[in-house]
Design a protein around this ligand. Sequence first.
Ligand SMILES: O=C(O)CCC(=O)C(=O)O
Ligand SMILES: [Fe+2]
Length: 317
Amino acid sequence: MESFPVISMAKLDGEERGATMQALDDACENWGFFELLDHGISPELMDKVERLTKGHYKKSMEQRFEEFASQALSKGEELDAGNMDWESTFYLRHLPVSNISEVPDLHEDYRKVMKEFATELEKLAERLLDLLCENLGIEKGYLKGAFRGSKGPTFGTKVSNYPPCPRPELFKGLRAHTDAGGIILLFQDDRVSGLQLLKDGQWVDVPPMRHSIVVNIGDQLEVITNGKYKSVLHRVVAQADGNRMSIASFYNPGSDAVIYPAAALLEAEKEGEVYPRFVFEDYMKLYAGQKFQAKEPRFEAMKSTMETVSAHAVPTA
Ligand SMILES: O=C(O)CCC(=O)C(=O)O
Ligand SMILES: [Fe+2]
């Protein structure tokens, strides 16, 4: 089997640009995932983010998780382990409006560093969207524009720790799902593994690599690219040893952005449209209850929502 795609962004500036763009296109089309090196976010900043995230977990999250864990483990037969995730998380929102100053229990240094990290990730996400446009043969800025809505994109970070699990055969770190949004940038632990994606019916490890950023395609990019790029199922396997840090940042459309396949990517000869047109926030409402289910019925269900929207818009007088 081919190995997991790793792309050095430094090569985009030299004579290897063509081959690198090709590797990026191949990763988006055939893996839905790739790992970026030389992405422009400084190793010093990443080290700081890691140190403060791990410190915050110890200080403010670990005890709560251990209470949850001991309760879960003591439930025995009653336990519905198949519907649980062995993870400790909290969320930060950056766009359209940051909530970092309101999230409780964060040290001032940590707030500052996460803000700085988010700014860097936002730039990287937008740079990547333009590289995708180039590969897709659509106008530069198209994807950023498609995400814009009336208030710009939604951008947020899920900070997770996957603590060691004494019963890894029973619990998942995080159950299999595709991501609902646009493009996802992940800073994952460089020692403790666990993230896997489904490729050709087999679970493949996303290898830990120091100072890399793992990128994956969400459902919205699948719709906009008319399925040329696809969101891919992934999961986190609970580990018996080690605490895995994962900081996943979701660069998503604005809540009122209307999402639909780009006209340039529609295939004229195809009967009927496979992908729907909908308002992003309606998709998220549906996803909230169906995250761990297949995406295809979600796409199907969204097909009726735009008709409802236009029916509301018909003047009644
Ligand atoms: O922790 C990870 O590596 C992935 C997390 C993830 O897939 C998610 O939060 O959607
Ligand atoms: Fe995910």
